[in-house]
Design a protein around this ligand. Structure first.
Ligand code: XIL
Length: 386
């Protein structure tokens, strides 16, 4: 049933999806399942916001956002405040990102943008999430020619101390390390070969967590990772490697409190296996760790162009994934990587071959709710209470 109350003809749907199958993206089973999903109406009851529905189950819902968007679009800022109880700066707490230079030079910090985001969160009573202290991306231009084995530890310590201390007590959780497992790099420990690993050795991870804990004993300290969601050999290998790393860190009493699962979902040629994912989450929880879904969105480049069909498939992906992960009570937060399609990073990083605007998030470019919003709301409404 579309907005005008017309049923979308099954023939049209199959043609739309069939075209997709012709592209070799959707397996037949998924094609049929996607068509069956189209019959779902994703009905939502009541008028609660996403964060209010999450809170009723002891969950946090939030979104990533950027100063450049919040400061220039009052409608968008209002949508963030209305829907979220947590804000994660998409650029402002990184060493460098977009038009933000937190670290303009080896001995300088420019907290202007980070302070603006922290003030926005405080003004609107939003929890604030720090992302991210140690990553192989978003390193400033001066990093490679300045940092060496002799000064790397001091530079890392200065960065963490200055940034974490400045917002100590105001941060819900820090992504202390980000995307540090990469089995394809061929190491026995499956660590990604990053500048930090090359400069400081594997113990850079322990060091980062210990420095962060010392600078803000109140913050939840998180290891954030992608590629953990689907049932395929590559992601199974990665899940196993992540579990081994978490076990090692816990055995050494490293102050790590949670695993962040980015959850950039990509339907089309990935097999989603709820049982396998629940087993992984159960193992993580068994280590005494909490779990945050930290960058949830849906890559739609392999989905049909037809918005009615595409939005339904995306909604079904959201509902299937969240209903699976929220069964694990160690999952404490769901954060989408953006709130409105207008500002999604996927416009630039995972554009559609047909160049149609992507539609990965709960609100469209005009801040109107989509079926994805309904699907997330339904998942919160049906989740067990924490
Ligand atoms: C992305 C931002 O969304 C982009 O705007 C920026 O140009 C690059 O980084 N995983 C992460 C995030 O942990 O920090 C990335 O954010 C998306 C992938």
């Amino acid at each position: 049933m579309n907005k005008r109350g017309k049923f979308i003809s099954r023939r049209k749907i199959l043609f739309g999806l069939g075209g997709l199958a012709a592209v070799g993206a959707l397996a037949t089973k998924q094609l049929v399942q996607a068509v069956d999903n189209l019959k779902k109406d994703f009905q939502v009851t009541g008028k609660l916001s996403l964060s209010q529905r999450a809170a009723k189950k002891g969950l946090i819902y939030g979104a990533a956002s950027r100063k450049i968007d919040l400061s220039s679009n009052p409608l968008y800022a209002a949508a963030i405040v209305q829907n979220c109880s947590l804000l994660v700066p998409e650029w402002e707490f990184k060493w460098t990102a977009g038009n933000v230079r937190l670290r303009p030079s080896p001995n300088r910090f420019d907290f202007t943008a980070a302070d603006w985001m922290a003030n926005f969160a405080a003004t609107h009573n939003l929890l604030l999430r720090g992302h991210t202290l140690v990553w192989h991306e978003s390193l400033p231009p001066w990093f490679q020619k300045t940092v060496n084995r002799q000064n790397a530890e001091q530079i890392l310590e200065n960065h963490i101390h200055a940034l974490v201390k400045r917002y100590a007590g105001k941060i819900h959780s820090w992504d202390v390390v980000n995307e540090i497992i990469q089995p394809k790099d061929g190491r026995r420990d499956n660590l990604r070969i990053t500048p930090w690993l090359q400069l400081l050795g594997p113990n850079y991870i322990d060091l980062a967590f210990r420095l962060t804990a010392a600078a803000d004993p109140k913050a939840l300290l998180v290891y954030n990772e992608y590629g953990l969601d689907y049932d395929n050999p590559e992601q199974e290998t990665k899940r196993t490697a992540v579990l081994k790393l978490l076990e090692r860190l816990r055995a050494k009493s490293v102050p790590i409190h949670a695993l962040g699962i980015q959850a950039h979902l990509s339907p089309g040629d990935n097999k989603f296996n709820p049982k396998k994912l629940r087993q992984f989450l159960h193992h993580v929880a068994g280590l005494g760790l909490k779990i945050l879904i930290t960058e949830l969105d849906v890559v739609d480049k392999k989905l049909p162009r037809d918005i009615k069909v595409r939005d339904r498939i995306i909604a079904a992906v959201y509902e299937d994934y969240l209903s699976t992960v929220l069964e694990e009570k160690a999952v404490i937060a769901v954060i989408t990587w953006g709130l409105s399609d207008r500002y999604s990073w996927l416009n630039e990083f995972e554009p559609r071959p047909d160049r149609a605007p992507v539609r990965p998030l709960p609100l469209d470019a005009q801040m109107q709710r989509k079926l994805a919003w309904n699907a997330i709301a339904r998942a919160f409404d049906n989740a067990p209470k924490r």
